[in-house]
Design a protein around this ligand. Structure first.
Ligand SMILES: [Cu+2]
Length: 426
């Protein structure tokens, strides 16, 4: 009777367990935004705390569950039990109570030790990651690091300011002169050198957002009127995926970003490139027309394109828009999806990435611009918003005098020209 009961439970449980375990397969653990596949010390530390907790809980589960199963089997009803003498029920056994309380406190302490040390570790760049003694391209040598930690961190550790906006991220490198004020900010995709600790300063220009790169570090909020910080380090070169993790309005789910971890020499090159202006638009009448449209259609009021248009400071900087692998808060992917998938399968690594596909980017640009600021598209039909409520679509809400009148419609040719122009901005 008993074994039949268990075999039935087993029969029911087996497919269910298989389903759960399917979630633990290696393939599942290496998805783009997996916290179970840490690729840097901060994420690794957080992963370790998680696993410590899991193992402790597994031990508790087996202990408590085992005792329960033992009691159920050992003291089960047997025929003839009705006549057996009743056992006196026990009340308040101080030894058992104190024992259990002590054991619970013990379990909490065991969890608290790695948790607290992880909180301290992840809070700011640890001393051992400050490259005081190592000469490197952009960290100047400085003596007496440990005595003057805060100063050293400030001077030697690469700092990146992250600004949350509805619904995209702006990145600035104040030490390197890549700031919005200098018309050199970097939207949606930022780059860090491999193996270097990077301090991240977080703030918001509107509502609360949260910064999360599952493979590099857990979430920290961006709060209006407050500075938060954290640090990250990427130990493997690659293209990492991040996302806003605090509900922040209509397009919260479309508020993503990317991090490119590159070799230090590549990083220096990238920084140099960010400092260059957009070049002259040569030998393409279409792109020339697009460039003129960029002003005529008021794009330049919000967007900066260094070397071409310098008034806009509110929207993503477009000086190098064609070099980025994603668009519009990293919601649209500018790579060929098939080639990308093939690459990920071939390398068994979601951080490997193909280059930008010009035609995919062109299509994305047209889709994005065509759906923003217009009620109807080039074909006269209502356009579907790429990102609901986005601040480009609703720019009349930013009640700059007269903007209400400037809601744009685009002809197919105008969209072509705008896209052609933006494609030149590498
Ligand atoms: Cu957000």
């Amino acid at each position: 009777m008993f074994s039949r009961f268990f075999s039935r439970v087993g029969l029911l449980a087996a497919p269910f367990l298989a389903l759960i375990m399917a979630g633990c397969s290696k393939a599942e653990m290496t998805v783009r935004q997996s916290t179970l596949d840490p690729k840097g010390p901060v994420a690794k530390m957080q992963y370790d705390v998680f696993m410590d907790t899991v193992w402790l809980v597994v031990v508790l589960f087996i202990l408590v569950g085992g005792l329960l199963v033992y009691a159920v089997i050992k003291f089960r009803a047997r025929p003839g039990d009705e006549d057996a003498p009743r056992i006196e029920e026990g009340h308040g056994n101080p030894l058992v109570e104190i024992g259990l309380i002590t054991a619970s406190i013990g379990a909490l302490v065991i969890i608290a030790i790695p948790t607290l040390s992880a909180i301290w570790y992840t809070d700011d760049v640890p001393v051992e990651s400050v490259p005081t003694s190592k000469l490197s391209a952009w960290y100047p040598r400085l003596e007496g690091a440990k005595e003057n930690y805060a100063k050293v961190v400030e001077e030697q550790v690469l700092e990146i300011d992250v600004i949350g906006k509805q619904w995209w991220f702006r990145f600035e490198y104040p030490q390197l002169g890549l700031t919005n004020d200098a018309k050199r900010s970097v939207p949606n995709e930022f780059v860090i050198p491999k193996g270097k600790a990077v301090r991240i300063n977080l703030r918001s220009e509107d509502v609360i957002h949260s910064f999360w790169i599952p493979k590099l570090a857990g979430k920290v909020d961006l709060m209006p009127g407050r500075k938060n910080h954290m640090w990250i380090q990427g130990d493997e070169v690659g293209h990492y995926y991040g996302q806003c993790a605090e509900f922040c309005g209509d397009s919260h789910a479309y508020m993503r970003f990317r991090v490119e971890v590159v070799e230090p020499a590549e990083f220096a090159k990238w920084v140099q490139k960010q400092k260059t202006d957009a070049g002259a638009v040569v030998a393409s009448p279409k792109a020339e027309k697009g460039k003129a449209l960029f002003a005529a259609k008021t794009c330049s009021m919000c967007h900066n394109i260094s070397g071409h248009y310098g008034a806009g400071a509110f929207a993503p900087d477009l000086t190098h828009v064609a070099s980025r692998k994603s668009l519009a808060g990293a919601w649209l992917d500018n790579r060929d999806p098939k080639a990308q998938l093939a690459k990920e399968q071939q390398t068994q690594n979601t951080e490997s990435s193909v280059e930008v596909d010009k035609e995919v980017l062109r299509a994305n640009l047209k889709k994005w611009i065509g759906s923003s600021g217009v009620a109807t598209g080039a074909d006269g039909k209502p356009t579907k918003d790429v990102k609901p409520g986005n601040r480009m679509h609703f720019y009349k809400m930013f009640n700059v005098a007269g903007l209400t009148e400037t809601q744009q419609k685009f002809t197919a040719d105008e969209l072509d020209c705008l896209a052609e122009y933006l494609l030149t901005l590498k």
